[in-house]
Design a protein around this ligand. Structure first.
Ligand code: T3D
Length: 259
């Protein structure tokens, strides 16, 4: 039972909705703690096959709640990064299932970088991504300095981080920051449809794909080829590979169990 987030798991699909709409779902201590608990549940969940992260109200997430006592100027900000933001990004990134983010409105500061830590990002056309940190004398966190250059290249990453300009969802799609910008009214349904479909796919294989692509930019070709071999070996023993091949040969729709 949470107050600052909504959280449910049905048929292998977890939907986690940030729920402090009056402050554009910015993170106060309670929301950090509830988010950690939810991510711990997801990390341990048996039969989990996909996660959908979104927000209530007109914003997705405005990053840290700047009125929270934990981030008063002069305090040790490293502490809240160590206790909350870094574990959150690590947990999202380590989930062995696809994590979809439906960015329903502005994503600023850590809010933008939490979205970029997810595997597939859909955004409402009215949504904006803002590296707001520079405007208050801070530094992009929550993996922003890691993900941005990888998503958009050095020049755009520098511009975004140093200027803090808002990037609209369609531009974000054109720049390769996100998967797709969709009409505002269609966002929730489209994201749910995508997540529900992914929750019926070969979860083990998808988890291995996620891991391989995450490792890719830090690896040389040889290491990546070795990783592909190991992952293919593992995938080759899965029930879903057997089902996928049988269904193909029998010209029927596969019924994957995620195992
Ligand atoms: O160690 C650490 O924890 C440090 C970690 C830092 C991580 C970070 O995320 S730092 C960056 C923090 N975020 C920001 O700097 C963004 C601040 N917000 C904004 O710049 C704007 O709100 C937006 C551009 C996101 C949206 O603008 P707009 O005009 O659509 O909405 P608004 O009117 O500014 O905000 C609506 C309400 O939400 C408003 O409250 P009110 O006046 O209706 O009572 C506003 O104060 C509140 N709000 C928005 N963002 C935050 C917030 N309240 C607290 N903290 C916020 N980050």
């Amino acid at each position: 039972n949470f107050d600052t987030i909504e959280f449910e798991i049905n048929d292998g699909l977890a939907v986690l909705t940030l729920n402090r709409p009056d402050s554009l779902n910015s993170f106060n201590k309670q929301m950090h703690e509830e988010m950690q608990q939810a991510l711990d549940i997801l990390t341990e969940a048996e039969g989990l096959r996909c996660v959908l992260l979104t927000g209530n109200g007109r914003g997705f997430c405005a990053g840290q709640d700047l009125s929270d006592a934990a981030v008063l100027p002069g305090g040790d900000l490293g502490e809240s990064i160590e206790n909350y933001y870094n574990p959150m990004i690590r947990k999202i990134s380590a989930l062995p299932v696809p994590v979809i983010c439906a960015v329903n409105g502005v994503a600023a500061g850590a809010g933008a970088n939490i979205a970029f830590a997810c595997d597939i990002v859909l955004a409402a056309k009215s949504a904006k991504f803002i590296q707001a940190f520079c405007k208050i004398g801070l530094v992009p966190d929550s993996g922003g300095t890691y993900m941005l250059p990888r998503l958009v290249g050095h020049a755009r990453a520098m511009g975004l981080a140093l200027l803090g300009d808002a990037v609209g969802a369609e531009q974000a799609e054109n720049w390769g920051m996100i998967w797709k910008a969709v009409d505002d009214e269609a966002l929730r349904e489209e994201a749910l449809k995508l997540a529900q479909n992914l929750a019926t796919q070969p979860t083990k294989g998808l988890g291995l794909i996620k891991k391989a692509l995450q490792a890719s930019l830090g690896n040389d070709l040889d290491s990546q080829l070795e990783m592909e071999k190991a992952f293919q070996r593992e995938a080759g023993y899965s029930d879903d590979y057997r089902e996928g091949v049988e269904a193909f040969l029998e010209k029927r729709k596969p019924e994957f169990t995620g195992k």
